[in-house]
Design a protein around this ligand. Structure first.
Ligand SMILES: [Zn+2]
Length: 237
């Protein structure tokens, strides 16, 4: 069991976010100040590093206070720097899809970067992206059992469109549910999207249409170094 690492003065920025995100041993979350220095690492983040052979090296290399981009060089560093800066300055969510395969498993992840109130920092949430090359009629026997509840209902966040796992407060982005909504679907808001909106609602703002930056894993390979901007009305298409 890992324990989170958090700078005391960063803690208030996490308050709008449900403790299930930050206490989860599964959800990988990192918090940074606006200068991209690391202020928070969730237990799930540390577990992921350990499970992928990164610990104790990762914690030693990226301790609290270290710049998140230290040790990353060249176009990749520029790409992330631009993405995080844009996310902060324009107050947009940044969704970045990336490959992080293990020795025996091809895996895609989705990083969603949420600007924190007053642009003081970012909360960076990593989610599994489930994209299986299957026909839709196979969905019921495979992916569906991981996400549908006892009443055969799938709970999807209207904002980021991730769906909640049956067994835990963990939200994954599942291709099949985007391509075709299952018959029993319930729209809700996930803990991280709620945490993003809560301070804005308290300040009297309405739920604005979600505006975010988006980049695919091939963004760098194709020569693009800046995330693409998109604005969506909710629910996100
Ligand atoms: Zn969401």
């Amino acid at each position: 069991m890992q324990r989170e690492l958090c700078q005391a003065n960063f803690r208030p920025l996490l308050e709008p976010f449900d403790s299930r995100i930050c206490n989860s041993q599964v959800v990988s979350v990192c918090g940074v100040w606006s200068d991209l220095s690391i202020a928070y690492l969730s237990p799930g983040w540390l577990n992921f590093a350990a499970a992928n052979g990164g610990e104790p090296d990762v914690s030693a290399r990226w301790p609290l206070g270290e710049n998140l981009l230290s040790g990353i060089e060249g176009p990749l560093a520029k790409f992330f720097e631009q993405g995080y800066r844009k996310c902060l300055s324009e107050e947009r969510l940044w969704v970045h899809v990336y490959e992080c395969s293990s020795a025996d498993q091809f895996r895609l992840f989705q990083m969603t970067s949420y600007p924190l109130p007053r642009r003081e920092g970012l909360l960076i949430v990593h989610s599994l992206r489930v994209e299986r090359p299957q026909h839709h009629d196979q969905l019921n026997s495979s992916v569906h059992t991981d996400y549908a509840d006892e009443q055969n209902i799938v709970h999807q966040c209207s904002y980021c469109r991730r769906v909640r796992r049956r067994e835990a407060a963990v939200w994954d982005w599942v291709r099949e549910y985007i391509d075709a909504a299952p018959p029993g679907i319930s729209h809700t808001i996930c803990e991280s999207c709620f945490g993003y909106y809560a301070p804005r609602l308290e300040a009297g703002q309405e739920f604005p249409p979600l505006r975010f930056l988006y980049s695919e894993p091939n963004a760098l390979a194709s020569g693009g170094s800046t995330p693409v901007s998109r604005s969506y009305s909710s629910p996100v298409p």
